[in-house]
Write a protein that binds this ligand. Structure first.
Ligand code: ADP
Ligand code: ADP
Length: 226
């Protein structure tokens, strides 16, 4: 089963910039996949299209076999998204943010509290659970974004530059968390600027340049070539 299947995706933004020019890509269930590329290459656009935040111009997308055009809600329910920018209510505390998020997906309240406790503890946010989110450090806010994306137990986690601006110590502990999550069966795709991050985390890698997927291979194979 493929977690993600993109067939010949193009995207031209209003104003005329062609961000993607025929991208095809398969990410298997259970994979840990990195999308690497320079600024403006089309990484965020690709992730935006997979998570249905950006409308494609043409092509087909399916998520665990659900077509994004005809089975949008089913496709979306498989996905947890961690966008680059913090978009939680800064006045709400983490525990409330997480429990509310589960509520959007119809998770019973008791179960929502159990999951929130689990992720707050795993991501070292438990001590801050009742502080307004704006009081958290940048790294904590980033971890809160990850916890929130997991509250409905998605099969696919999508992260856009998850460790941008995070110091190396904290980056390592986030890597461990993501690795463990992947071991438990969650398929992960992320974008990154750091080759080191892709190398230590990912099984497969795509390199995107000027809207085209120029390399799509295993991490092992790529490292062998360098
Ligand atoms: P990356 O994530 O690799 O930096 P993006 O997908 O953000 O690349 O951008 C790809 C191209 O599309 C860039 O030329 C960028 O300026 C353009 N672009 C991105 N978002 C928009 C938008 N909302 N409107 C117009 N152009 C955009
Ligand atoms: P609102 O009415 O506050 O916009 P939404 O249900 O649209 O409520 O989303 C609540 C918050 O959760 C928003 O900040 C949104 O960006 C975020 N969000 C929505 N869907 C997801 C998802 N699949 N994974 C992670 N965050 C999400």
């Amino acid at each position: 089963m493929n977690a993600i299947e993109l067939q010949d995706i193009t995207k031209t933004y209003r104003g005329g910039v062609t961000a993607l020019n025929g991208v095809s890509l398969k990410v298997a269930e259970g994979d840990f996949y990195a999308l690497l590329g320079p600024n403006g290459a089309g990484k965020s656009t690709t992730i935006g299209i997979i998570s249905s935040l950006v409308n494609k111009s043409s092509g087909k997308v399916s998520i665990f076999g659900y077509d994004l055009d005809t089975q949008l809600e089913l496709a979306k329910s498989q996905i947890g998204l961690v966008p680059q920018e913090f978009n939680f209510n800064p006045f709400e505390p983490p525990l409330q943010i997480l429990v509310n998020q589960a509520g959007y997906y119809g998770t019973p309240r008791k179960e929502a509290f159990i999951r929130a406790e689990k992720y707050l503890k795993q991501l070292d946010l438990w001590g801050k659970r009742n502080e307004p989110a704006r009081e958290l450090s940048g790294g904590m806010k980033r971890r809160l974004m990850i916890a929130r994306a997991l509250m409905h137990e998605p099969r696919l986690l999508i992260l856009d530059e998850p460790t941008a601006g995070v110091d190396i110590e904290l980056r390592r502990s986030m890597w461990l968390f993501l690795k463990e999550l992947n071991k438990q069966g969650v398929t992960i795709i992320l974008t990154t600027h750091y080759l080191e991050e892709a190398e230590s985390l990912c099984r497969n890698i795509g390199i995107i340049n000027k809207g085209e997927l120029v390399i799509n291979t295993s991490m092992k194979e790529l490292i062998g070539r360098l």
